[in-house]
Ligand binder design. Structure first.
Ligand code: ZN
Length: 242
């Protein structure tokens, strides 16, 4: 085997490795498990938004309840104070006592109103609590599924990372042995032609662009003098007869 044939064979090996590396990266980026995971994660995000909304409504109801409880406590205090004054006011006039008694009745009525409001606010919280429980129940299996998928993605990616590292190392070894001129030409073509800089000539067909070459052209390529490098006249890739 001539030096040129050895170089071209090595060039094809580099090309094949480059193709495998690109395919591996593509598969790694588009793992079905990763796709499934992003779907589950989107569902979880939607659930979390619903849960945050319900939690905000619950918090607002709880704040209303606290406020009503404070108002009720203040009314109770005021009524107690007036009642104490009434019982202690042996010397008070009948009119004062009447005024105080009216005030106590007014406070009692007002407190009853507030207590009714508080009860309504407490009842309003029940459906929100149920909603939150339902959302959490829906989230639990999704969380579990996401965990499983995350583990599967990590496992598949680590396997592919291993394959990628192997292919990248093999590629570097092969490429280091190529003559600089040929390697540079290959890299330039590869960058320009969707990752394929070198193609096999199979019969009279270029394996890079899949077009057939004229038989005259094929004859010329097969009869190239030592050191000569053929190029596909249609796609411009380095052409290696096999
Ligand atoms: Zn071609």
């Amino acid at each position: 085997m001539s030096d040129r044939d050895r170089d071209l064979e090595r060039l094809l090996a580099v090309q094949d490795l480059d193709t495998s590396i690109v395919q591996l990266q593509h598969r790694r980026d588009g793992l079905p498990e990763a796709l499934g995971l992003s779907r589950v994660e989107a569902q979880l995000r939607a659930l979390a938004a619903e849960e945050a909304d319900a939690a905000a409504r619950r918090a607002s109801l709880a704040a209303s309840q606290t406020e009503l409880e404070e108002q009720i406590a203040a009314l109770t205090e005021r009524r107690k104070a007036i009642e104490q004054r009434m019982y202690a006011a042996t010397s008070s006039s009948g009119r004062d006592l009447q005024a105080m008694s009216d005030e106590v009745r007014h406070l009692t009525d007002r407190r009853a109103e507030l207590e009714e409001q508080e009860l309504a606010v407490m009842l309003d919280q029940d459906p929100v609590e149920a909603e939150l429980a339902a959302l959490r129940a829906r989230g639990a299996p999704l969380e579990q599924r996401a965990e499983e998928l995350r583990a599967q993605v990590a496992q598949a990616q680590s396997e592919m990372d291993g394959e990628l590292a192997e292919a990248t190392a093999a590629r570097a070894t092969e490429a280091a042995q190529l003559p600089t001129g040929l390697a540079d030409r290959y890299e330039t073509l590869r960058a320009r032609l969707k990752g394929t800089g070198a193609a096999r000539l199979i019969g009279n067909r270029c394996d890079g662009c899949h077009l057939e070459l004229s038989s005259v052209e094929v004859e010329k390529i097969r009869a190239l003098p030592p050191g000569g490098i053929a190029t596909c006249e249609q796609c411009g890739r380095i052409l290696v007869p096999v």
